[in-house]
Design a protein around this ligand. Structure first.
Ligand code: NDP
Length: 330
């Protein structure tokens, strides 16, 4: 098996020499074990927070069963599981994996690439669906702002909000990404790298914002909080602009307590890898598949070819070079 390992703790944005590719000999199969080969590997911003040189690199992959000593996982079937940055893995299907997840059999859907089980039909899609519908209390006519809007989570949140009848404003890091989210049906797109975010928001949402769906944190979140109306809601999903900062750089924390009090805001955090949310996967996945099949949900993937490109493709998440859900085709 080929296995990517971390050579040293990340310092700022991850670098290529933080990773090393090694060869590993795999053991023979025991009862309840399967040998799988990675077809697609997921790259997600949260790896930056979890990865450490003492552990194997985290992450889900879609893999094909090559050998099996478990009748439920026949040779040739496809699985989706947290197996890390590995080309081949021997895995016990009865032992819970990281976060208590399992090795899920993929029921292939004609017309849908199995790689989508890492994106819209998987962790980011289910995150978007659950956190938007169950924690944002959205009502038709309200104004929603979402950041990292062209990405795996943000693009789905925006589309779901449009279907629900909200006015949707997306922030993204290039004109191309802004054009893409407008094509998806977003009402407004703001290029946060070239535009004055505060003025742009005042222009497109003169009466303020009801829901801020935060994927990035930092200065953009500061500005967005300031635009919330009374009884506004914030869903904190991700803080990618902070992930590469040192503890010292994170010391400057804005004190929002007064604003939260006076505007009577509701602020919710959401973590997909919580048992309560993991239990919702089968139901939500089916609902997402139905929306895709009805043509009501568009998906976009950013596919990098080659297992040897894992580190480079991961680093792209923090430069914004990925355009859609980042996956590697092994
Ligand atoms: P994306 O597909 O959106 O890729 C990451 C994007 O983030 C980049 O393309 C870039 O887009 C943007 N970005 C990177 N650095 C910065 C920065 N410094 N400031 C602003 N934007 C930046 O990734 P995901 O959709 O997978 O993840 C989005 C967020 O959701 C992340 O914060 C992630 O951790 C979080 N998340 C949380 C989950 C949960 O359970 N709470 C589950 C899944 C994801 P651009 O070019 O527009 O800047």
């Amino acid at each position: 098996a080929k296995v990517w390992k971390q050579t040293q703790a990340f310092d700022g944005v991850p670098k290529l020499n933080d990773f090393i590719l090694e060869e590993e000999t795999l053991p023979g199969l025991q009862e309840n074990e399967i040998l799988v080969e990675a077809l697609y590997l997921s790259l997600d911003p949260y790896f930056r927070l979890l990865a450490s040189p003492d552990q194997s690199l985290p992450g889900e992959q879609v893999a094909r069963v090559l050998q099996s000593k478990s009748p439920e996982y026949p040779v040739g079937s496809l699985v989706c599981a947290h197996l890390g940055w590995r080309s081949h893995t021997v895995v016990n299907v009865t032992t819970p994996r990281v976060f208590g997840t399992t090795v899920d059999l993929i029921n292939e859907v004609p017309g849908l690439s199995p790689s989508l089980w890492l994106g819209t039909v998987g962790m980011p899609g289910v995150t978007a669906y659950l956190s938007f519908f169950e924690h944002c209390d959205p009502k038709p006519g309200e104004v929603l702002v979402v950041t990292a809007a062209s990405g795996a989570v943000g693009s789905i949140v925006g589309q779901l909000a449009k279907h629900k009848g909200l006015t949707v404003i997306g922030l993204a890091g290039s004109n191309e990404k802004c054009d893409y989210i407008r094509d998806l049906g977003f009402d407004h797109a703001i290029n946060y790298k070239t535009e004055d975010i505060s003025k742009a928001l005042d222009l497109v949402a003169p009466s303020g914002v009801d829901i801020y769906f935060d994927n990035v944190g930092g200065e953009i979140a500061d500005i967005a909080y300031g635009k919330l109306r009374d009884y506004g809601r914030v869903l904190i999903c991700g803080l990618i602009s902070d992930y590469n900062k040192s503890p010292k750089e994170l010391e400057k924390v804005t004190n929002w307590n007064k604003v939260i009090l006076f505007k009577q805001l509701t602020i919710k955090g959401f973590m997909i890898f919580h048992s309560k949310n993991l239990a919702e996967f089968p139901r939500v996945r089916q609902e997402i598949v139905t929306l895709i099949q009805k043509g009501q949900l568009q998906t976009k993937e950013h596919v990098t070819d080659g297992f040897d490109k894992m580190p480079a493709a991961f680093i792209e998440l923090f430069t914004g070079s990925n355009f859609g859900k980042a996956v590697v085709k092994a």
